[in-house]
Design a protein around this ligand. Structure first.
Ligand SMILES: Cc1ncc(COP(=O)(O)O)c(C=O)c1O
Length: 376
């Protein structure tokens, strides 16, 4: 049997919606994007939603809107996809990785240790779909006058205290990369309740121009527009917006299937010696974007060996992620392993198992039985 790590869920309706978008001459920055944004705002209960080219540009534009620049420091988790830190570099600022805690989310203690008078923002990630300790991070932000931007690339559909993630800080940034809970192939979204940030991002995603294409053609002189500020082409096109819209309409179903499959893994693995499941190290607050187990010494065989042996059986697993401070680029900045003992533990022990909405029980049983056979 061959089992991939993930399979995006693209329905017949998704394809139909994309083909329809191709028949409309306005192929980008048009009504489908506006509708996707408005449904996204409704779903997350946020005032403003701005569709952009990907999750990295979502964070980059938000940092720019907050005037983060050279000389500033931004705290990011050491355990995240490199994009969280790269978006900070795009603004000329310095990303400062903080260690994680046992839930794999950013550690409050480490954040406090990393704050300096140059710290202007913190970007916590709701890692793998589990809500981070956002209330404490908001408190730290208020106390030190530091902005909180939530990286929600893993956590569309995650609520805490009845609020969607991304609505606790000044803004929330989402990715619709093919592995994510909904996909637009490439794509991203920023949510915020701030009118000023929304205006700045809407303008900056479109070259800094004062009007979108639709607004220009509503008046009789479409060439009359201004460039008020520096901007980029970070627009989201109509075909991808229609895919996002169609996927968003079935997010509840997609999410329920992921959670169901994750709970099955939990049930079968949570009492196995040497394996920690997210149900034990995170607890309940998890929407399972990724299903990550920790394999410790008492399992009797190393995580790397488990990965290798499973591949030989056609089962694709991976590690999320190589810690930020381990990349050559960041080593130059002088970050040391000793400050990141928990991310180093995670980097040695974590293994992501295949999880996607259409995964079958028979596939999960095959994964579980092959994994258990390896225990020594
Ligand atoms: C935690 C995290 N942040 C940011 C991103 C960046 O998103 P994108 O790939 O859409 O630029 C990703 C994407 O993989 C991610 O996993």
């Amino acid at each position: 049997m061959k089992i991939p790590l993930y399979i995006p869920s693209i329905s017949r309706k998704d394809k139909h919606m994309m083909l329809n978008a191709l028949d409309d001459p306005q192929l980008t920055d048009g009504p489908r994007l506006r509708k996707f944004e408005s449904k996204f705002g409704y779903f997350t209960k946020s005032k403003f939603s701005m569709g952009v080219s990907n999750g990295t540009s979502a964070i980059h534009l938000t940092l720019k809107a907050l005037d983060i620049k050279k000389g500033d420091e931004v705290i990011v988790p050491d355990l995240t996809f490199i994009a969280t830190a790269n978006a900070v570099l795009h603004c000329g600022a310095t990303p400062i990785p903080a260690d994680i805690d046992s839930t794999l989310n950013i550690s409050i203690k480490s954040i406090e240790e990393k704050i300096t008078n140059k710290t202007k923002a913190i970007i916590p990630v709701h890692f793998a779909g589990s809500v981070c300790n956002i209330m404490d991070i908001i408190k730290i932000g208020k106390k030190n006058n530091i902005k909180i931007i939530e990286d929600c690339a893993h956590s569309l559909g995650a609520f805490f205290k009845n609020k969607h993630v991304g609505t606790f800080g000044i803004a929330g940034c989402f990715s619709f990369y093919p592995t994510k809970n909904i996909t637009t192939i490439e794509g991203g979204m920023v949510i915020t309740d701030s009118n000023i940030i929304s205006k700045k991002i809407t303008q900056a995603r479109n070259h800094g121009l004062s009007k979108s294409l639709i607004e220009r053609h509503m008046k009789n002189k479409p060439w009359i527009y201004d460039m008020k500020d520096f901007g980029y082409n970070f627009r989201l096109d109509e075909v991808r917006s229609s895919l996002g819209l169609s996927q968003l309409l079935r997010i509840k179903d997609l999410e329920a299937k992921r959670i169901n499959a994750a709970k099955y893994y939990n049930k079968k693995l949570e009492n196995v010696k040497g394996i920690e499941t997210p149900s034990t190290y995170v607890g309940k607050n998890h929407i399972y974007h990724l299903y990550i187990i920790k394999i410790n010494k008492s399992f009797g065989i190393s995580r790397n060996k488990v990965h290798e042996k499973l591949i030989n059986q056609g089962i694709f697993t991976t590690v999320h992620y190589k810690p930020i401070h381990k990349f050559s680029y960041f080593k130059k900045l002088g970050f040391k392993d000793k400050d990141y003992s928990s991310t180093m533990d995670a980097y040695r022990e974590c293994l992501t198992l295949p999880l996607y909405p259409t995964i079958k029980r028979i596939e999960q049983d095959y994964i579980i039985s092959n994994l258990l056979k390896l225990q020594k």
